[in-house]
Design a protein around this ligand. Structure first.
Ligand SMILES: [Zn+2]
Length: 321
């Protein structure tokens, strides 16, 4: 159980996906989140609080004010997706368009229409089965935020969720292994429930948080965020200046007439060779975020921290993970 001064970890082993079961040939170790938990436990010498899943049971186990009756409801429903995405896209996800949406999001078909890193004949499970796991993963993102807002997380208001981070999920399509964007779904759901007003999304993944920027910008254009709406989300992304998704977005935008890439509210591209400026640039960016938030600190900050900016990250950064 949480105590006041130790970090809280939220991790549900049941949400681990072995992509090979679905015929998807990605070089991802399925047990990596479990290994992170083990490593942290060893390092912290037991000074670690957390909820090793199942995520949907956590609120009941807490019995905290503000968390009553939340069991199961941590998993988003269709309305939570409709609040954020194009209606037609959501209809497809809950109807006959799910497999196509997954093939697109996981980039399993190349431009010639051939399977790419995909061997459906080797799949043990139907591709569509991934949707339920993804919805449960989004539940974890939402729950981590609720734990922080309810004051349940130790180390004042900090909860580390080993899941989610689907920041490439866009308005009308998935991309870069992200079917739907858990960050914006969770943020907009919390605001709709009146749980908080101003949220910052600080994205330090090596790849630009393109889906998050687009969804927040579109919500603001519809008047659902901003001063009049009484709730807002402000985004910061610090990322590689070149490479995926910036190149792909430019090409796709030009070829398809699709809306081009939308900048985050604070956009910090880092050129190759400028890595030494990373931390000072991030610090400057956070001050900028506060400035454009009218000098206000957020009620909640969601940090999207892919492991890929780490200098010894195991995967090439050309992989949009
Ligand atoms: Zn990444």
């Amino acid at each position: 159980m949480a105590t006041a001064d130790v970090p809280m970890i939220l991790y549900d082993p049941a949400l681990t996906v072995d992509f090979r079961d679905y015929g998807i040939m990605l070089p991802i170790a399925p047990d990596r989140a479990g290994r992170v938990v083990e490593f942290l436990r060893d390092q912290a010498g037991g000074a670690l609080s957390g909820f090793p899943g199942p995520i949907r049971d956590v609120p009941g186990a807490l019995g905290l004010p503000g968390m009553e009756g939340l069991e199961g409801r941590v998993v988003p429903d269709r309305r939570d997706l409709e609040r954020v995405f194009q209606g037609e896209f959501v209809v497809g996800l809950y109807g006959g368009g799910l497999s196509t949406a997954l093939l697109n999001a996981y980039e399993l078909i190349d431009s010639q229409g051939r399977p790419h890193r995909y061997a459906p004949d080797r799949a043990l499970k139907p591709l569509a089965g991934l949707f339920e796991t993804i919805l449960n993963q989004i539940g974890g993102t939402y729950l981590a935020c609720r734990l922080v807002l309810a004051g349940a997380a130790g180390m004042p208001g900090f909860c580390y969720y080993l899941g989610g981070g689907m920041h490439h999920g866009r308005y009308d399509q998935g991309a870069g292994f992200c079917l739907v964007n858990d960050i914006v779904i969770a943020a907009r759901k919390l605001q709709a429930e009146g749980a908080c007003r101003l949220i910052w999304v600080v994205d330090v993944d090596a790849h630009k948080g393109c889906g998050t920027a687009e969804l927040v910008s579109f919500s603001r254009a519809r008047g659902e965020l901003g001063l009049k709406a009484g709730a807002d989300i402000r985004t910061l992304s610090i990322h590689m200046a070149a490479g995926w998704p910036l190149d792909a977005e430019t090409l796709r935008g030009a070829a398809s007439g699709r809306a081009p890439r939308i900048p985050s509210d604070v956009e910090i591209p880092v050129e190759a060779g400028d890595e030494g400026a990373y931390v000072p640039e991030l610090e400057k960016g956070l001050y900028k975020l506060e400035k454009i938030s009218g000098g206000q600190k957020p009620d909640l900050a969601i940090v999207v921290d892919g492991a890929d900016p780490y200098e010894h990250a195991g995967l090439p950064s050309s992989d949009p993970l």
